[in-house]
Design a protein around this ligand. Structure first.
Ligand code: NI
Length: 217
């Protein structure tokens, strides 16, 4: 087997594992959220739902400074993409702290990466709210919001699950959402998917390998 074939095989296996992970997560999210009557298609397995599906894609959103941005706005840079919402009590702050720590661990390599936080709660996460929030985590963290339709579209392309949850014990609603971190190449291909349980060290090591080996095609 020549080097090119080895690389392709490795890539295929990695993407299969990613598809399974996303499939399992979507299945879990749907089960976990069944009290909110999310429609579950019992006829298809989670794996079938994502098999051969591209992750990530074009988007048009608004950043924390009110600028319109697209998937082409961070040309030449890898992206670490995380979805969540600013009023999230625990999961998002922990996820963004971990992302920030991974950036620190990367040292000089971090310059090649654009960290991006995309809201699943555009109703409350205005550019102003995003600006105040992202600066708490990393000086280069970008916060993206948009119309409900814009956000639905980007969530769909990244296979993100989110759902509004009304709780009579709370004065306001909260959001259930999947919490993966996506490592995307400069040309918007998914390179790695990190779970909630992956550490900053694991993420930094994997990112370092991906960048050093130049897996960008
Ligand atoms: Ni959250």
């Amino acid at each position: 087997m020549n080097e090119q074939m080895k690389t392709r095989l490795k890539r295929t296996l990695t993407l299969s594992a990613i598809a399974l992970a996303i499939g399992a997560a979507i299945g879990f999210a749907q089960i976990g959220n069944s009290r909110n009557a999310v429609v579950v298609n019992k006829g298809s397995t989670p794996e079938a739902a994502v098999a051969g599906v591209q992750v990530g894609g074009p988007f048009t959103l608004t950043d924390q400074n009110g600028n319109i941005v697209t998937e082409k706005s961070y040309g030449g840079q890898y992206r670490l993409v995380y979805f969540g919402f600013t009023m999230c009590p625990v999961i998002c702050p922990a996820g963004l702290q971990k992302l920030s720590k991974a950036m620190e661990l990367l040292g000089a390599n971090a310059a090649a990466i654009q960290p991006i936080f995309i809201t699943v709660d555009p109703e409350r996460d205005t550019p102003d709210a995003m600006r105040q929030y992202v600066q708490q985590f990393h000086p280069r963290l970008v916060g993206l919001t948009g119309t409900k339709a814009d956000i639905e579209s980007v969530e769909k392309s990244y296979r993100v699950f989110s759902s509004k949850v009304e709780d009579e014990n709370l004065s306001d609603y909260t959001m259930d959402h999947s919490a993966f971190t996506y490592l995307m190449s400069p040309d918007n291909q998914l390179l790695s998917l990190y779970r909630d349980s992956d550490t900053a060290e694991t993420m930094a090591e994997d990112i370092k390998n991906k960048i050093e080996f130049g897996e960008t095609d």
